[in-house]
Design a protein around this ligand. Structure first.
Ligand SMILES: Nc1ncnc2c1ncn2[C@@H]1O[C@H](COP(=O)(O)OP(=O)(O)OP(=O)(O)O)[C@@H](O)[C@H]1O
Ligand SMILES: [Mg+2]
Length: 253
């Protein structure tokens, strides 16, 4: 069966000064899949997904969203592309001076939605989805880490995106809360046909919810396959990563 492609990345390079972070990334994100991006810390995972939203311009190479090369678009033209893709940032990126409800409504208002009754209803709908039905009036500082993650998720999905990028949705969560985030992401995929791209170090979640995994190393795609293939892989690099061992050649042993 031919899978429809949602995002295509070809020959993507990115560099910050001397730091050549992405060195020719070629990959696809298929419509409706849950794709997990793996790789060592500082390897360029967050940098890579920022290109999917046009938050960074490729130094070389292209990023296409539903067949449209987004690297050629200006700020105004990129608006409709960003509405297709929600992003849950690594640090949550909530505005501390705004209530949960205002945080969640932010992108709708940014997109020009003036109908306050509609905004309120939509905020309630997404807070229900992330199981925080009564928290719209709270301030972010009064929430637990897991609740903040769920607010960030509500904010990412309020504008009905076709795809959501999650940057470390499990970081700092206890296993039960991490599990509830997993179930939410899977629910969005199944019931709303959302495409999920998840950056995580949480291997339990990879084996539980991913349809496919990609391993980034030295700025390139080192490996890709299903979670089953990952589990069976004899590649020492992947085995070390899965088992969470640091390598002897890193000099810490
Ligand atoms: N805006 C920026 N300016 C300069 N350097 C940057 C910028 N963004 C990222 N980098 C650098 O690019 C490299 C890759 O960063 P990135 O955040 O993508 O790593 P990561 O794979 O997401 O790591 P982690 O798992 O720790 O989140 C790092 O060396 C980082 O310091
Ligand atoms: Mg990161």
């Amino acid at each position: 069966m031919k899978k429809d492609v949602f995002i295509t990345v070809r020959g993507l390079h990115q560099r910050f000064g001397e730091n050549h972070v992405l060195r020719g990334v070629d990959m696809e994100v298929y419509k409706g899949e849950t794709l997990v991006l793996l790789g060592g810390s500082g390897g360029g995972k967050s940098v890579l997904v920022k290109h999917f939203l046009g938050l960074l311009q490729p130094l070389e190479g292209t990023v296409e969203v539903e067949g449209e090369d987004i690297s050629t678009l200006n700020e105004r033209q990129i608006g409709p592309v960003r509405r297709k893709i929600g992003m849950m940032f690594q640090n949550g990126a909530l505005f501390d001076s705004m209530t949960v409800g205002e945080n969640v409504a932010f992108s709708l208002r940014q997109a020009g939605e003036k109908d306050e009754a509609k905004v309120k209803q939509r905020v309630q709908d997404v807070l229900d989805i992330v199981r925080l039905p009564n928290e719209a009036g709270k301030m972010p500082a009064d929430l637990s880490g897991g609740m903040r993650k769920r607010v960030a998720l509500a904010r990412a999905i309020i504008d009905h995106p076709a795809c959501v990028l999650y940057d470390e949705p499990h970081a700092g969560l206890d296993p039960i809360t991490a599990d509830s985030i997993d179930r939410l992401m899977k629910h969005l995929q199944r019931d709303y046909e959302m495409t999920n791209v998840i950056i995580t170090h949480e291997m339990r979640s990879v084996f539980r919810i991913a349809d496919r995994a990609i391993f980034l190393k030295q700025g390139q795609i080192y490996w890709q396959g299903t979670p089953e293939e990952l589990k069976c892989s004899q590649d020492p690099e992947l085995k070390h990563f899965i088992e969470g061992n640091s390598r002897p050649d890193e000099g810490w042993s």
